[in-house]
Design a protein around this ligand. Structure first.
Ligand code: UFG
Length: 324
């Protein structure tokens, strides 16, 4: 049976991918330092506790298992923190990825699926972003992801690796069976924060800016259900295994939703009032980030099937009530 290494498999997107990989009949091993991941969300694979920056631990992992593919999710991903701690971000994200690539080459592991982000595009100049949009990250987090993508391309050219770099738009929601879901500390993402406000765990929900050039003045994002993201990752691996080309692809729904729209769906779903206030814009937030996800849909024969705002928020709400 194929054995797939999921680095960062105890985290939000990683744990949903473990579930999807196991459902596809693969054996999975998780490698995670549990800095932001959770051991109790490793339900589909044994956990090897270790740090991707520890080259010896990574080498040992590849000595102990013969993997057929690597899924790499282990990265620092908070934009604000990345501005304050560049060395930490470059080391974890870029050196960590290099350690994995070196081990893959040494052990002839053919394929990698690398977790990238829409943050590689910076402030895009068009309403729907396809992969021809120039890479122009505006923060350290995005720059480290561009560097990783380029490093992967170099290794792929020299060593015949296959790769897919899915660039995520806004991952949201939770496993419909509530076996895993989002659990960040501190939480900075809009939907869990809205749900915390709905439960009274935090006070008013702050709308970061209502003077953007969008239909209702609030920022627009492309929210994709995490289960759809996970299924896209498995489809990406199938694509590589069948000899498909190595690519970077956008993973989104091609539909935008504003912060005000989210608030309305959250109020309806939870049945709670959710007090809100308008706060200043958050530094570095573009007005609109929406994917043109045609390339992933065509290449992987995949499409999002769980990504209505109603389903995303309903699954997130049920998870929230179970977990917190
Ligand atoms: N927002 C609020 N109030 C809050 C929190 C967020 O109004 O309390 C707004 C933000 O300003 C933004 C939108 O909700 O307009 C979404 O914010 P998130 O923090 O949930 O997500 P981001 O779009 O900032 O970032 C996410 C990932 C990044 C990734 C990016 C790519 O967290 O890692 O999507 O699109 F780079």
């Amino acid at each position: 049976m194929d054995k797939v290494l999921v680095v960062g498999g105890a985290g939000y997107i990683g744990s949903h991918c473990c579930k999807a990989l196991a459902a596809s009949g693969r054996e999975v091993v998780v490698f995670d330092n549990l800095s932001t991941g959770h051991e109790d969300l490793c339900l589909w694979a044994p956990l090897v506790k270790g740090d991707v920056c520890d080259k010896a631990a990574v080498s040992q992992l590849f000595e102990d298992h013969q993997f057929s593919a690597v899924f790499h999710f282990a990265a620092k991903s908070l934009v604000g923190e990345s501005a304050a701690k560049p060395a930490f971000y470059w080391n974890t994200n870029v050196s960590g990825t290099m350690n994995l690539l070196d081990a893959m080459v040494h052990h002839s592991v053919p394929n990698i699926i690398f977790s990238s982000t829409a943050a590689v595009y910076g402030e895009p100049d068009r309403p729907l972003i396809d992969e021809t949009q120039t890479l122009a990250p505006i923060n350290t987090y995005g720059r480290t992801k561009v560097a990783c993508e380029q490093m992967i391309r170099s290794y792929a050219e020299a060593h015949q690796l296959g790769y897919v770099c899915p660039r995520y738009f806004n991952a949201a929601g939770a496993d419909a069976d509530l076996e895993t879901g989002e659990d960040h500390s501190p939480e900075t993402h809009v939907i869990p924060i809205l749900l915390e406000a709905a439960r009274g765990i935090r006070g008013k929900f702050s709308i970061f800016g209502d003077d953007y050039a969008t239909s209702d003045g609030t920022a627009v994002r492309d929210y994709i259900h995490v289960t759809d993201l996970a299924n896209a990752h498995v489809a990406a691996l199938d694509h590589l295994v069948l000899g498909g080309e190595s690519v970077a692809v956008n993973l989104g729904t091609s539909q935008g939703a504003s912060v005000k729209e989210l608030i309305e769906v959250a109020r309806t779903t939870t049945g709670k009032t959710i007090p809100t206030e308008v706060a200043p814009r958050r530094a570095g937030d573009p007005a609109q980030l929406v994917a043109d996800a045609t390339k992933a849909q065509t290449l992987f024969n995949w499409k999002p099937t769980n990504s209505t705002l109603e389903q995303i928020i309903d699954d997130a709400w049920r998870w929230h009530l179970k977990r917190f």
